[in-house]
Design a protein around this ligand. Structure first.
Ligand code: ADE
Ligand code: ZN
Length: 322
């Protein structure tokens, strides 16, 4: 098992239906109607419906211990399949909707990280994400709170949600996050095309979550490569949500072949039947990537990670020693 590292996964989105059901039971709440399909999987037709189902599942996650358990279970599973480092995208807006403050939210996540490190040797850090469709003012509030570093595991700032809300409006939030030394990334180029990606590049970001549609514009690809931007690509997510009809239409090989740095992410694994190790396997099987190429993916993720240099050095050593 090649050591893997993941920079693009949404924490609430890592909890499978069985775990959401267990948490709901413990919290004495009914499972939200419509959340699951008759076959027991999460139910969604398209991207906006997916976001809605995600919100329904998140609404049963209520306590610090819930966040600890979700974090622990996810990291344990990733570690069993060879994962060594994960940056978890946390959403304080989702936590606030159920009445959890930052201390309880990040405290629970951090406990899950510590327990998974103790039991499985995996390392993890937190990205604080705002939700685009909650608007730029709310994103600015989230960024200001993140800038105060409510927990030492917080290393970055990101923006998820409905990509139709344009990046430029979020410049004030990104300025605050970057000025506080947080690494910055943004969802772009999943649903919107090259011009929205160009707009995102005006923000102080060093990574893009998805970025796949940059493949439509050779000049943009050249710019991404020249700037050393890292794209955290999620092929399975893209195919299941319908950005591309099949893996053979997915532009990952084209992005990679254009000299753009890419990493692999599972995005919201149980929703898409994805896993970090599965994304690596898919690149070997469908795109013919060699072990050396997959090693470079992990190396790119370590390079682009927002954690401190001593941790990066330790991760590089784990990769080298394998
Ligand atoms: N929130 C959770 N998953 C997401 C995705 N793939 N894109 C945007 N927002 C998200
Ligand atoms: Zn995502």
């Amino acid at each position: 098992m090649l050591p893997q590292a993941e920079l693009h996964v949404h924490l609430e989105g890592t909890a499978p239906p069985a775990l959401i059901a267990r948490i709901a039971k413990r919290n004495r709440i009914e499972l939200p109607p419509g959340m699951l399909a008759p076959d027991g999987r999460f139910h969604f037709r398209d991207f906006l419906h997916f976001l809605n189902t995600y919100d329904l599942a998140a609404s049963v996650i209520r306590t610090s211990e819930d966040y600890r358990n979700i974090t622990y279970e996810y990291l344990s599973n990733v570690a069993r399949e060879g994962g060594v480092y994960v940056e978890l995208t946390a959403s304080p807006d989702h936590a606030a909707l159920v009445g959890l403050d930052d201390d309880a939210h990040y405290g629970g996540i951090a406990q899950g990280i510590d327990d998974a490190r103790r039991d499985h040797g995996i390392e993890s850090r937190i990205l604080v994400s705002a939700v685009r469709n909650f608007g730029p003012e709310q994103a600015l509030r989230v960024a200001r709170r993140a800038a105060q570093r409510p927990h030492p595991y917080i290393v970055g700032f990101s923006l998820a949600g409905d990509e139709r809300v344009a990046p430029a409006q979020f410049a004030p939030a990104y300025e605050v996050a970057a000025a506080a030394g947080l690494g910055c990334t943004i969802h772009a180029g999943e649903w919107q095309g090259p011009s929205a990606i160009r707009e995102a590049l005006k923000l102080p970001v060093t990574r893009l979550d998805h970025g796949a549609r940059a493949s439509e514009d050779p000049t943009l690809l050249h710019e991404l490569a020249a700037r050393g931007m890292t794209l955290n690509v999620c092929p399975t997510s893209n195919v299941v949500l319908g950005v591309y009809r099949s893996l053979s239409e997915h532009p990952l090989p084209h992005l990679h072949g254009s000299g753009v740095r890419v990493t692999l992410g599972s995005d919201d694994p149980p929703y898409f039947g994805a896993s970090l190790a599965g994304e690596y396997a898919l690149c070997a099987e469908h795109f013919g990537w060699s072990e050396q190429q997959l090693r470079e993916v992990t190396a790119a993720a370590i390079d682009a990670a927002f954690c401190d240099e001593p941790l990066k050095a330790a991760l590089r050593e784990r990769l080298r020693a394998h």
